[in-house]
Ligand binder design. Structure first.
Ligand code: 4FV
Length: 248
């Protein structure tokens, strides 16, 4: 899978690609990821990439010409890649979008700076606008890295055998169950007996139940559209009964 990140700060992106899971994915040839400096596509000795906004007002806007050339160069590297503009105005990024992107063969990220990019780029050379959250950052680079990370770990061969994306939070629509490791007692706190039982059927049942209850407690919004399984209906009604017993 190809990732091309268009930015005026490639030094933000390269260390990210040279460490951890991303480095492994590159070394295993699972991804081909690089940053292109938009300034390399700007004219003049000062290689200007931004200018003041028509109509006045504060801040600067990224010029269309360097961006257009940079997007052209990226499209030569990844001809079938989707061109993504990172912007607070975009479609909210989530696990489903990560899974959708992981099924494609390439992504080109346009990282804006200042007030944003000239609208003629958005209209003419962008396939999708994506947001990682309802807040304003100084640039799109962090958003591009978030998406590259969340997509790359879904690619076959990236997560080792003992890690699997299947059991991720959100992939089954629920939050993940609690995780424990050695020591068996920490700060006077133990580990749920079932996890020490070696009874894998009981452990998997406990994990399903705690995922459901944690989702109910922390992100009930995730359950609104959910088609509950018979087991999930039983677990939730059992909890309701216990609560009713409590409040009498
Ligand atoms: C952003 C977000 C974001 C806005 C102006 C870059 C900045 C600057 N990108 N999700 N939230 N972008 O704040 O994706 O150009």
């Amino acid at each position: 899978m190809k990732f091309v990140v268009l930015t005026i700060f490639p030094e933000m992106i390269n260390p990210f690609l040279e460490n951890g899971m991303l480095r492994l994915a590159v070394e295993r040839g699972i991804i081909d990821a690089r940053a292109l400096n938009i300034r390399d596509y700007a004219e003049g000795k000062h290689r200007v990439t931004d200018d003041k906004p028509y109509g006045g007002g504060c801040g600067m806007v990224m010029k269309p010409e360097p961006l257009s050339r940079a997007i052209g160069a990226a499209s030569e590297i990844a001809p079938t890649a989707r061109r993504i503009l990172l912007t607070p105005q975009g479609r909210p990024f989530d696990q489903a979008m990560a899974q959708d992107f992981a099924a494609s063969d390439g992504l080109i990220f346009i990282c804006g700076r200042y007030e944003g990019v000239d609208e003629r780029i958005c209209q003419g050379m962008v396939d999708e606008e994506v947001s990682i959250g309802d807040y304003v950052m100084t640039g799109g680079e962090l958003a591009a890295m978030v998406i590259v990370d969340a997509v790359t770990r879904l690619l076959p061969g990236v997560l080792g055998g003992d890690e699997s994306a299947e059991k991720d939070s959100f992939s089954g629509g629920l939050l993940e169950h609690a995780h424990y490791t050695r020591p068996s007692v920490f700060d006077g706190e133990g580990v749920p007996d079932v996890l020490m039982s070696g009874n894998h059927a009981e452990i998997e049942k406990w994990r399903r139940e705690t995922s459901l209850i944690r989702t109910f407690l922390k992100r009930p919004d995730l359950l609104e559209q959910r088609e509950f399984s018979r087991e999930e209906k039983h677990v939730l009604t059992e909890w309701c009964r216990r609560i009713e017993d409590l409040v009498g």
